[in-house]
Design a protein. Structure first.
Length: 212
């Protein structure tokens, strides 16, 4: 039987920290309407300027563990010694309502999301070089030298996972990378199942159904 189509697309955007993901996503949201970003839970301490409920839900390890045990997370992973997770209920609600959703998570989480939602669009954002990544992290001024070296080492192993994603954007020139990101979003919105769900009258009139 056909599963009910959902009009929304689920995007996972994965990048090593310092690849420029945050600025790209911010610009994407300014330029494209109708995209909502999932706010994750984390046990990491807030960085200066980060806000509860809009950057993350900051929780203790104890609270994270009890939510995880209660099955509240669609996916979760340990990154740089902290735990991160996506709310299952929020994603289910949004997908059910046909909204386009963006998840900024690590590659392990992305694989778990794809298991639950096989038509998830996976986008990997890579820096043009390891050196440029180190420079960006240093310029950002949010982490100590030791943490930066930890993140560079982690970035190298994350980059080895890029082959798991449908799309890889090399963020050398911001404008080009942004253009590519927008193109991926628009292309996903024109997929048959999404169009059929958005235009039920047209396809019902033709007597055609799912292509799966
Ligand atoms: P940061 O501490 O720099 O905000 O994030 C560190 C890493 O955790 C990034 O790679 C980010 O994508 C990842 N991350 C953030 N939220 C989630 C989440 O909900 N699930 C998973 N699996 N990773 C996340």
């Amino acid at each position: 039987m056909n599963s009910p189509p959902h009009a929304g697309s689920l995007f996972v955007i994965v990048a090593p920290s310092g690849a420029g993901k945050t600025s790209l996503v911010r610009a994407l949201l300014e330029r494209r309407r109708g995209l909502a970003v999932s706010v994750s839970f984390t046990t990491r301490a807030p960085r200066p300027g980060e806000r509860e409920g809009s950057d993350y839900f900051f929780v203790t390890r104890q609270e994270f563990e009890s939510r995880r045990a209660a099955g509240e997370f669609l996916e979760w992973a340990q990154v740089h010694g902290n735990s991160y997770a996506t709310s299952r209920r929020w994603i289910d609600e949004q997908v059910g309502a046909g909204h386009d959703i963006l998840l900024e998570i690590d590659w392990q989480g992305a694989m778990q999301v794809r298991e639950a939602f096989p038509d998830t669009v996976g986008i990997f954002i890579a820096p043009p070089s390891i050196e440029s990544l180190r420079e960006r992290l240093t310029r950002r001024g949010q982490d100590s030298a030791a943490v930066i070296e930890q993140r560079v080492a982690a970035a190298k192993s994350e980059l080895r996972e890029a082959g798991r994603f449908e799309h890889v954007i090399i963020n050398q020139e911001f404008a080009v990378a942004l253009h590519q990101l927008e193109a991926i979003v628009e292309a996903a919105r024109t997929r048959y199942e999404q169009q059929r769900a958005r235009n039920p009258a047209l396809f019902a009139a033709l007597g055609v159904g799912t292509n799966r």
